[in-house]
Design a protein around this ligand. Structure first.
Ligand code: DOR
Ligand code: ZN
Ligand code: ZN
Length: 426
């Protein structure tokens, strides 16, 4: 019988309104006991004095690139990167090759993922091949283990096709993860439209590219009756629209990525692919609005849109580089530094956005460390400043604009199903 005893950590477990120093005994993959002082001779002891213990993070939005783009990332490297970042459950998006658009593809992905160190809950596509024409077998994918459907990387632009997909999602009771981008409005843009894009001589992506589809998706979901989760919201009007939807009592949730609340387009220092992602880094005003929306409970979830790419394809002009940055190994640090140290959220509220609320979106019993629950948890140091170093990443991707950034919040131990899957070298 394998047991771990975590001694004297500060347990931050918002699902149980806990923020206190205690001992935690883990046995047979579960939280066995939580008490002020536990003695257990048989257990592996982890001294967590001065550290925080939290439920493992749940990242609803990652790209693992397998099958089809294994030179960018594999399930093995991406899931190890997740463990490194304190992320114990990940939802890979279906824009692989082939696309995850059938029950068989979902089963194949789960089969490939069976030895991964973290839980992998796949997202199926809305249409076959993400071609936007014919609905995928949503019911079949759900039965095979898909936890959501998404056309991530683009939007289903034919609204009639989309309506059928939303209705089917409602019927199957599976959430829709919406990437909101009006394809025709992008018009060759590669970064946020504004002063910086003009300075760099680059074509811009306006806020309306996102906002019109956020509005459409809310209105269409209202009609179809599905649960709608809006991915990587980057604009102040996305927040306004989600607030409006919530005030109507609609089952709509909003997600923000760490890069969108940390960096504005002002901070783009050169025309280089490491600053390119979709949606793009927005204006200071948008960044501020997103932080306030997280604070005010309009935005529910922080996910990364971890999007690894090869070194060469990213290290070129934004005109040529693909969209996307890695993020799963520094999401907790950016959240802690920008939002907790920045005064927008308590640590407990950050854990809600990164674990409790994502679990609610999926309707799974995670993000909760009560006795008897699955022992998916992390131990982190929140007091020591350090610099993000892309060479420390376990992901194949090194494409980040945050290399060298000074942050707080380092995950030191990650435990999944009661087993240590990542531990920082002493
Ligand atoms: O930046 C992004 N990269 N945004 C997306 O929507 C897709 C993703 C990717 O697959 O690289
Ligand atoms: Zn997307
Ligand atoms: Zn994505």
């Amino acid at each position: 019988m394998y047991q771990i005893l975590i001694k004297k950590g500060r347990l931050v477990d918002p699902a149980n309104q806990k923020d206190e120093i205690c001992d935690i005994l883990i046995r047979d993959g579960k939280v066995q006991k939580i008490a002020p002082d536990i003695t257990e001779a048989e257990a592996e002891v982890i001294d967590a004095a001065g550290k925080v213990v939290m439920p493992g993070l749940i990242d609803l939005h990652v790209h693992l690139r397998e099958p089809g783009f294994e030179y960018k990332e594999t399930i093995a490297t991406g899931s190890r990167a997740a463990a490194h970042g304190g992320v114990t459950t990940i939802c890979p998006m279906p824009n692989t090759n082939p696309v995850i658009d059938s029950a068989e593809r979902v089963r194949d992905l789960l089969d490939r993922a069976k030895d991964a160190p973290v839980h992998i809950l796949p997202v199926g596509s809305v249409t076959i091949g993400q071609a936007g024409k014919e609905l995928a077998d949503i019911q079949g994918m759900k039965a095979a283990g898909a936890v959501a459907i998404s056309e991530d990387g683009k939007s289903v632009m034919d609204t009639l096709v989309y309506r059928k997909g939303l209705k089917e999602a409602a019927r199957c009771d599976i959430p829709v993860f919406a990437h909101c981008e009006d394809k025709s409005l992008v018009d060759g843009g590669v970064m946020n439209a504004g002063k910086k894009a003009e300075e760099l001589g680059l074509p811009g992506i306006t806020n309306a590219v996102e906002d019109v589809i956020v509005a459409r998706d809310i209105l269409m979901s209202k009609e179809a009756g599905n649960r709608l989760h809006l991915c990587h919201c980057s604009t102040k009007d996305s927040a306004l629209l989600i607030d409006m939807a919530k005030k109507q009592g609609l089952p709509v949730t909003g997600e923000v990525c760490p890069h969108h609340f940390t960096m504005s387009d002002d901070e783009i220092t050169e025309d280089n692919g490491r600053f390119k992602m979709n949606p793009p880094l927005r204006s200071k005003e948008d960044v501020q609005a997103l932080k306030e929306a997280l604070r005010d409970g309009i935005m529910d979830v922080i996910s990364t849109d971890h999007a690894p790419h090869g070194e060469e394809e990213k290290n070129q002009s934004m005109k040529k580089a693909p969209f996307g940055i890695v993020g799963i190994e520094n999401s907790f640090a950016l959240g802690y530094t920008e939002l907790v140290k920045g005064g927008y959220l308590s640590l407990s509220q950050l854990v809600e956005k990164m674990s409790v609320n994502p679990a609610k979106v999926l309707g799974i019993d995670k993000g909760n460390l009560a006795e008897g629950k699955t022992a998916d948890l992390i131990i982190a140091d929140i007091d020591t400043e350090y610099a993000i170093d892309k060479n420390d990443f376990l992901s194949k991707g090194r494409n980040t604009p945050f290399d060298g950034k000074k942050v707080y919040g380092k995950v030191e131990v990650t435990i999944v199903d009661g087993k240590i899957v990542y531990r920082e070298e002493a």
